[in-house]
Write a protein that binds this ligand. Structure first.
Ligand code: TYD
Ligand code: MG
Length: 451
């Protein structure tokens, strides 16, 4: 490694420091800094005679990015309308979730628009071919390469004139310029930097598959996420055949957009109308279950929240939240006690989101409290009821974004009653739907009892 071209990158948060230190100055983790070659150093030699003249936003907005369809509407949607030429996309997800399957299916569809190279470092060509046959992709014209040296991969891509390059996975690739083992922070960073440079110079769209750690982050430093244009995660509930593809970063589209797939015998199938797939369809209304409407990107999803309040508990009362932030649950129960008169003291409270979904949307607050109330009273709420709204510490129900869209989605699936914040109530409710507009928690509790 050349002198003076060294930097130190934190394996935990990805921040870069000029010199080594025991503790990362950004995230505070200990012994996470490792030496890497400074990015951009060797690149300077290849530059043209001088800087390009500065441009204007108006001039630049003339050329919109060139996009290629991936053959899957859901995948395109998450990318922001197709794969952008010259972009670098990182796809993370647990082993066996279907990353390679998605890539192979996309490779086959993309190959009809231009040369596609699929470089695999994880499986042999025979294994890839076997999967291809299972997916019914024998006719695919995409090219396969079993290679882990990133220079060789880039060379092959250049020779082929690939419009799309898939690297499965980035953890198995290495560059000769770095001595450490494949998968190490230094290797990951250098390999990614090389592939990013290749993408930007040639206009090749690069898709990188990445492993995730136990904590659910892409293995290696956060810095990978900073270097690429788009970061996608493939998620699923254990045992479920549904797969959610989520964009957590996208320089060419909305972040947090989701696409939904189902894993079938012949690979991944799109789920075009996923809004109700997470509803459990129990014919008997059960106490402690309330449906809410979440917003994921531009989509509304109907989600069932369940609560179990066990008043016969001994010892310290327990608060267990699955799919909901534990602190939020504790706070909501305190508000429900103080401003709704609900007696959860001494009771164990369990809250769960059906379908393994994780809720980050405060719109679910109202449904969580109504579910707990329903379980406490042992009285089911109506099957036709949805509720959404944020609950404030003063017991007020606050509006949430996209109220109208959420109501429309619920109405589309036959929900006849909605409890929402007053500011979310539309002037004209959707056809066949009765909307209770509430300002305070007590009003919502009353509406749920009556509705
Ligand atoms: P894979 O794409 O190899 O996952 P990853 O690359 O993320 O590790 O997916 C493998 C899993 O998907 C495996 O458990 C079998 C299942 N699968 C199907 O159910 N149907 C299929 O058609 C294929 C190809 C795989
Ligand atoms: Mg794989």
């Amino acid at each position: 490694m050349a002198k003076g071209r060294e930097a130190f990158v934190c394996g935990s948060c990805g921040s870069v420091a000029p010199k080594w230190q025991g503790q990362c100055g950004t995230c505070g983790e200990w012994n996470t800094l490792v030496a890497v070659a400074a990015v951009g150093g060797p690149d300077r030699r290849g530059r043209g005679p001088g800087p390009a003249p500065p441009s204007t936003l108006a001039a630049e907005s003339q050329h919109s990015p060139v996009r290629v369809a991936t053959g899957s509407g859901e995948f395109d949607r998450v990318l922001g309308g197709g794969l952008v030429a010259g972009s670098v996309t990182l796809l993370g997800g647990d082993p066996g979730i279907g990353k390679s399957t998605l890539m192979l299916q996309a490779a086959a569809a993309l190959a009809s628009a231009g040369p596609v190279l699929y470089a695999t470092g994880e499986e042999s060509l025979q294994q890839v071919a076997l999967r291809g046959r299972r997916l019914g992709l024998e006719e695919s014209t995409s090219r396969l390469l079993a290679e882990t040296c990133v220079e060789q991969i880039v060379e092959a891509s250049r020779t082929l004139g690939a419009r799309v390059l898939i690297v499965d996975s980035i953890q198995t690739t290495y560059t000769e310029g770095v001595e450490s083992a494949p998968g190490s922070v230094a290797q990951l960073r250098e390999c990614t930097a090389l592939l990013v440079r290749h993408a930007k110079r040639t206009g090749t769209a690069v898709l990188l598959v990445g492993h995730v750690t136990k904590e659910g982050q892409i293995a290696g430093p956060r810095v990978l996420e900073h270097m690429v244009d788009t970061v996608l995660y493939f998620e699923s509930d254990t045992g479920s055949r549904f797969r959610i593809l989520r964009s957590v970063k996208n320089r060419f589209g909305a972040a947090n957009e989701i696409g939904v797939f189902a894993m079938a015998e012949q690979g991944l199938r799109e789920v075009k109308n996923p809004s109700a797939i997470f509803l459990s369809r129990d014919p008997q209304p059960a106490a402690g279950s309330v449906v809410t409407v979440l917003r994921e990107g531009t989509r509304s999803l109907l989600i069932e929240v369940q609560a179990l309040v066990d008043t016969g508990a001994v010892g310290n009362p327990r608060r267990v939240a699955v799919g909901i932030d534990g602190n939020r649950l504790t706070m909501l129960l305190a508000v429900a006690h103080r401003h709704g008169g609900l007696g959860f003291q001494g009771a164990d409270v369990f809250a769960n989101v059906v379908g393994g979904v994780r809720i980050d949307d405060t719109a679910a607050d109202l449904a969580i409290v109504l579910a707990a109330h329903s379980s406490l009273d042992d009285r089911p709420v109506s099957h036709a009821l949805v509720a959404f709204g944020e609950i404030g510490l003063a017991g007020e129900i606050r509006p949430v974004p996209f109220g109208e869209e959420r109501l429309q989605e619920a109405a589309k699936h036959g929900f006849g009653t909605a409890i929402v914040a007053a500011a979310n109530a539309p002037r004209r409710p959707p056809d066949g739907m009765r909307v209770f507009a509430v300002k305070r928690l007590v009003e919502a509790l009353d509406a749920a009892r009556g509705g």
